[in-house]
Design a binder for this molecule. Structure first.
Ligand code: GAF
Length: 380
């Protein structure tokens, strides 16, 4: 499909087709820009890119998701932070980051097609970045490993697009494996694939897209990040990751500002929850992670304050219908929640959340099952 569309748009064949997935994060929220621990898994939803190299310095971009928007034509030599807006800023930023790292990208024709919902907190931007980076790395035989693609894409997003995100989403899109969650230490980027086959245990992970759109370049995400960095500086540590769980009480006692105490309490307890979830999963106690997911939501809602009415309603309704655990996932301020449910109660939870949204006058949520899927790869 992407192949045929490429031919229609550019009147030539692509050299190849690549895919990168969206993600949900199981646990470890707002920890990645604090050098902390995260645990995302890839979704079956992907962004595909059909690509051919150019040598005339032109980057041409088109997407099937906006079929009537003309092909964007961007001279690669003119790419600089702030120069491109809208969705094309993400792939343009990747080309800028690759060139800045010394890789000789002299242009490309790219046609995208995506099934990753936009603005749903499921990392459509990271999928777009990583699929672009992997395709160009392959075509130019750069052989960049997943963690390095993720670093370049994070730089594109932070500096070129201007969204101050961490590195979780890009690493998830690049490195996740089917049937696994990715346990990632964002300080040294070491990773472990944790088997996560819920179907085999009669469980399901539901994703509830509230359809409240969020955006990371908005101020609130950056405010939280700056607040955490200031708290780390005030506590004389490189990052909040350096506060061990057992020393949380002492650290809180050193901070006069209640806002700072809340941020620190969330990050330190969240890192601890990730470690506990990993321990449970590795010991085969999957159902035991439920209360940790729910505790993570309370911390994001009350201490970090990045939830919203729709996310809270999704979580509370899922729990009241018997979910083992539920929480918002991703950056918050809208986007999606997840709920760990017994297979037998999945429909009941989904229907109850839909009914609760209708009763509250919210848009109907989109509910689907997260099947841990593959990271970025070449398709053709
Ligand atoms: C967004 C960001 F892009 C991630 O880096 C991460 O900070 C997440 O919010 C919160 O955990 O998805």
């Amino acid at each position: 499909m992407t192949h045929t569309e490429f031919r229609r748009v550019y009147q030539t064949d692509p050299e190849g087709v690549w895919a990168a997935p969206g993600r949900v994060n199981l646990i470890g929220e707002h920890t990645d820009y604090n050098d902390g621990l995260v645990m995302p898994l890839a979704l079956p939803h992907t962004t595909t890119a059909a690509v051919t190299r150019r040598t005339d310095g032109l980057l041409r971009l088109h997407t099937a998701n906006e079929p009537s928007t003309p092909v964007a034509e961007l001279p690669v030599a003119d790419l600089e932070p702030g120069a491109v807006t809208g969705w094309t800023a993400y792939p343009a930023g990747v080309v800028w980051a690759l060139r800045g790292a010394g890789h000789p990208i002299t242009g490309a024709d790219i046609h995208y097609d995506s099934t990753v919902p936009v603005g749903a907190g499921l990392s459509s931007s990271a999928a777009l970045e990583i699929v672009t980076a992997l395709a160009l790395s392959d075509l130019h035989e750069l052989n960049l490993p997943g963690w390095q693609l993720a670093r370049l894409c994070q730089r594109a997003e932070n500096v070129f697009v201007g969204a101050p995100t961490g590195i979780m989403d890009q690493t998830a899109a690049a490195c996740c494996q089917p049937g696994h969650a990715l346990y990632l230490d964002t300080r040294d980027l070491s990773q472990r694939q944790i088997p996560f086959d819920l179907a085999a245990e009669g469980l399901r992970l539901l994703v509830i897209d509230t359809r409240v759109e969020h955006a990371h370049s908005d101020g609130a995400y950056g405010d939280r990040r700056r607040g955490c960095e200031q708290a780390a500086a005030d506590l004389d540590v490189v990052a909040l990751r350096d506060i061990p769980y057992g020393e949380l009480h002492t650290a809180l006692g050193r901070l006069a500002d209640e806002e700072q105490r809340r941020l620190v309490r969330h990050v330190v307890t969240e890192n601890h929850r990730v470690a506990q979830v990993v321990a449970h999963l590795e010991a085969g106690r999957t159902r035991a992670i439920g209360p940790l997911l729910t505790a993570g939501h309370a911390s994001l809602r009350d201490d970090f304050r990045v939830s919203c009415a729709e996310l809270d309603l999704a979580v509370d309704t899922a729990l009241s219908c018997g979910a083992l655990g539920a929480r918002m996932t991703g950056g918050g301020f809208g986007g999606s929640a997840i709920a760990l449910v017994e297979e037998a109660t999945a429909d009941k939870v989904s229907e109850a959340v839909t009914a609760a949204f209708a009763a509250a006058g919210h848009l109907p949520p989109r509910v689907f099952t997260a099947v841990p899927s593959a990271g970025a790869r070449r398709l053709v």
